[in-house]
Design a protein around this ligand. Structure first.
Ligand SMILES: [Cu+2]
Length: 608
């Protein structure tokens, strides 16, 4: 049994890795049919706690089944989409270097895909998951097997549906341990031992209605979607909500122990401040890259991001609230202002009549605290940055408004429809095939009209303006819809300035890049100015992440080497914004030879 016995709110998912499979083949009773297919099974135990890896189990379900399950939250019963009936979904636990095969079967009523958030998917873009970008959706009744290797990444990632707003309930942790005998955590407790327990903490967002209906209504009317009704910790809103106290997530911990808390912001639209009463948190990793230890009383985690922290339970034994609520950076924009709580309990039983200690959380609009947190993170080791930049890109990111055209419902401000864009292109997903399939089949020539996509995504905004001005001209508020990619040569060193705009409302946007980790060289407020801001670049120990929270009315600069061929979505991880088009894709060409080329598509790739 592993050290995760305190993970009480979700069941577990076992998996075999290549190594395990070989061991099993050598010693045993693996079914012949499975052995022939070299199948790596995902198996589920329907139990409350422990996450166990690499052990056989006789009662196995060899698949991830997307299906409805009935749950009660906020006094009401709902049928929600789940994986294997669990909410949050099962945690997947691997060691660095493991190869996985995950057979996903859609037993629900919606199209679905699964994205392995943060996994680099080297040469295996077919398993990345975003609907109509790397694959057609898995139709109800269909199935697809995701095949990929987790290499060079250690820490916390996660998996989630990448189709409409299904990820509200279809998500779970992906925990990557150092490979035994090869590497180890670069941190220890005071006694020089690894953390006694590891506790995955998924922060989520709950609607008192079907989230698919919420986004469908918004898409129909052009208005903003409803805000959520609750925030959650491991699927439970906690004591501060109606009808929720009985379900409040509780983490039993031991006095004196140091534990590793693995936070994942799985909320759809809400960046979160997180604090634990009475305890300091020491950040040791983010987005499955290690950081220099950073002690803090509050975290800011944006949707898509993960943060690993060490906590030593060195306070008087008792019960302490973990609490999370919104960091809402956009002025005048409605947000879920509720507070979710869970309880860390080392009271040794009893004492549940007194309320747990409550932490102090920053004000909703406390941008200085959010910025201070994100800019304090440093990579553990010296960065391996290319000395040159081959592609210097400048992308504006922000919302906008479409003028109303005939026959449309225009429920946005002043008879408009909400939109969002990068470099004024509001991203439109294809509907007849995926961009990756079109690319592989040659369907994306720059000039051809009527093709699935065009390779003319602009390197710069079409018009330069004062991006963060108080009053950006209304003439600049309306983006142009399109399915455009930016083409990169294999191995190109790419730098992207992500520049927030003050169109409609400035906001902190968590920009997520698929297929890559990137270094965050610098961030700041106002307009990026190469003449002065380049000097602020941290080329020594910048943090490496897959999602950067671009400061409200500010900018962030990221850098990566395009060493993974394929089609890779980059988008705002606020689902409300990706729904409105805040996305683009990089098309990275093959390099030389097989090891620098995208693999061939798998035979079971879903068809549209
Ligand atoms: Cu956004």
């Amino acid at each position: 049994m592993s050290s995760m016995s305190s993970y009480s709110s979700s069941s577990s998912l076992l998996l075999f890795t290549t190594t395990t499979l070989l061991a099993l083949l050598l010693c045993s009773q693996l079914q012949l049919s499975i052995a022939k297919e070299q199948y790596l099974e995902f198996v589920v135990i329907d139990a409350i706690s422990p996450i166990i890896t690499h052990h056989s189990n006789k009662q196995l379900t060899p698949s991830m089944q997307i299906k409805e399950a009935s749950v009660t939250r906020l006094c009401r019963r709902h049928s929600i989409m789940t994986v294997n009936g669990q909410f949050p979904g099962p945690a997947v636990e691997v060691s660095e270097g493991d190869s996985l095969m995950v057979r996903v079967t859609n037993r629900g009523g919606y199209n679905v895909t699964v994205h392995w958030h943060g996994v680099r998917q080297m040469r295996t873009g077919w398993s990345d998951g975003p609907e109509f970008v790397t694959q057609c959706p898995i139709r109800p009744g269909g199935s697809y097997t995701y095949r990929f290797t987790v290499a060079g990444q250690e820490g916390t990632l996660w998996w989630h549906a990448h189709s409409s707003w299904l990820r509200a309930t279809v998500h779970g942790a992906l925990l990557i341990r150092p490979r035994a005998g090869v590497s180890a955590y670069p941190f220890n407790d005071a006694a020089g031992k690894p953390p006694a327990r590891e506790i995955p903490i998924l922060l989520g967002e709950w609607w008192d209605m079907n989230p698919i209906d919420v986004v469908r209504t918004a898409t129909r009317t052009g208005a903003a979607p409803n805000i959520s009704d609750a925030l959650t910790v491991n699927g439970q809103p906690g004591d501060l909500y109606k009808c929720s106290s009985n379900g409040t997530t509780t983490f039993p911990v031991k006095s004196g122990e140091t534990n590793l808390l693995r936070f994942i912001n799985a909320a759809l639209n809400t960046e979160l401040f997180v604090s634990l009463a009475g305890h300091t948190m020491t950040v040791v990793g983010a987005d499955a890259s290690y950081t220099k230890p950073y002690a803090t009383s509050v975290l800011m985690i944006a949707p898509g991001q993960t943060t690993d922290v060490l906590v030593t339970f060195d306070q008087p034994p008792g019960r302490y609230y973990l609490a999370a609520r919104a960091y809402a950076s956009a002025q005048g924009v409605p947000f879920d202002n509720t507070t979710t709580t869970a309880i860390f309990d080392y009271g040794g039983g009893g004492s549940s009549s007194t309320s747990p200690a409550m932490p102090t959380l920053p004000a909703y609009n406390d941008t200085p605290t959010a910025t201070s947190f994100t800019t304090s993170l440093r990579g553990l080791r010296k960065a391996e940055l290319p000395s040159r930049v081959d592609e210097s890109l400048f992308f504006t990111v922000g919302v906008g408004l479409f003028n109303c055209s005939g026959g449309q419902s225009c429920g946005g401000p002043n008879n408009t429809r909400f939109a969002a864009s990068i470099n004024n292109v509001s991203f439109v997903l294809p509907s007849t095939t995926s961009i990756l399939q079109a690319h592989y089949g040659g369907g994306g020539s720059p000039a051809s009209t009527g093709s699935v996509f065009t390779a003319d995504f602009p390197a710069n905004p079409p018009v330069a303006f004062d991006y963060t001005a108080q009053n950006v001209s209304r003439a600049l508020w309306q983006p142009v819809p399109g399915t455009k990619v930016y083409r990169l040569k294999y191995g190109a060193a790419v730098q992207v300035v992500l520049q927030g705009t003050n169109i409609f409302a400035a906001e902190n946007h968590p920009i997520h890049l698929h297929g890559y980790d990137f270094y965050i060289l610098a961030e700041g407020f106002g307009n990026f100015d190469a003449a002065t801001d380049t000097a602020k670049f941290n080329l020594d120990d910048p943090p490496m992440r897959n999602t950067v929270a671009v400061p409200v009315n500010g900018w962030a600069v990221i850098r990566f080497v395009a060493d993974n061929p394929g089609v890779w979505l980059m988008h705002c991880h606020l689902d409300v914004h990706i729904t409105w088009g805040l996305a683009m894709a990089f098309l990275v060409d093959d390099g030389v030879g097989e090891l620098q080329s995208l693999e061939a598509p798998p035979a079971d790739l879903p068809i549209c």
